[in-house]
Ligand binder design. Sequence first.
Ligand SMILES: Nc1ncnc2c1ncn2[C@@H]1O[C@H](COP(=O)(O)OP(=O)(O)OP(=O)(O)O)[C@@H](O)[C@H]1O
Ligand SMILES: [Mg+2]
Length: 365
Amino acid sequence: MKISKLKLVNFRNYENLKINFSDKLNIIYGENGSGKSNLVEAIYLLALTKSFRITNDKYLINKGKDSTTIEGKITKNNDESDYKVKISTEGKKVEIDNNKINKISEYITKIQVIVFYPSNTELINDSPSERRKLLNIEISQIFKEYLILLNNYNKILKQRNAYLKQLYLYGNASREYLDILTKKLVEYGKRIHKYRLEFLENLNQNITKVYKDIFESGELKIKYKSSYNRTERELLEIYRKYYSKEMAAGKTLIGIHHDDFEFILDGNNIKEWGSQGQLKNAILSFKISEVKLIKDILKEYPILILDDLFSELDERKIYNILNILDDNVQTFITTTELKSIPINVVEKSNIYHIQNGEIMEEKDE
Ligand SMILES: Nc1ncnc2c1ncn2[C@@H]1O[C@H](COP(=O)(O)OP(=O)(O)OP(=O)(O)O)[C@@H](O)[C@H]1O
Ligand SMILES: [Mg+2]
């Protein structure tokens, strides 16, 4: 899928912007603080209704204004549609071809965007919840059912936690109800587990090669860690054994809400021994592998955003990355230095020079 036009009104430091994109490589360059990340953030937001950088939407609205709109023309399966996200102090509205969409799971499965940004590498050192969040976002944009399952699971989890507390306080409450909640939890949890397992297994088919193509050495693998690597029956058994422990804790101790995954480089957890460059390449390889995975599943490439790609990477790695990017994938790269990009790549790209929230010059291929 490709975004051909983007229109921003009062988004971050853009008051009014209309811009056309190449369906191949788009290079956005400018000084620090000029608005490069803001621009790609808008594309991501148009697809997923959220920023990849912040959780509080109010900072997305141009300072002093009370609403922002992000509109884009996107082609998918040879069909062109207008997408629109409006954020105001009252909340968020999304539209496709002027039709309001109420279900978020409906909207976010329409456009797939993969983004890589510098602080992404923190993901490796962050708590498991950040890695789960990434898994959830990525799988939600591929499968409509996933977000629904996740909401159901979380609902049951909340009920179950409340009931465990109740059981602890009033010991004579019904265990049968706990059994029912546990069974439901396992049912939803197993289905979520299956999605996550397949997603990570499929990524593993590509990630080793992508990593090696960039870094030229090292075997990278992802290891999924989940207590749900068992049959439903085994899980119910385990829960039964844990009932008293869970009651004392007042919460559910086992479940896919504790899932995690690790990046294993040459047999070791990259967190413990990887260099900055290796960490960056591990995450980048994850994202680039996802592009192929989405194409395999949905028969359509996602849009790829590589924000501030070149910082911390040596020339050779930059060359290798640009080499493996697929011309069929619409790609956005932001950089402060145009000269870090080989001339043959610049020549075949659309180049945008940004200054203080305005496009100063635009060069078509
Ligand atoms: N809500 C907002 N209203 C107005 N300006 C904003 C808003 N949010 C951020 N900005 C401005 O946007 C600029 C940051 O833009 P952005 O993050 O896109 O920079 P960048 O070009 O990616 O820089 P870098 O090279 O440092 O990554 C800052 O100057 C900031 O003041
Ligand atoms: Mg930036």
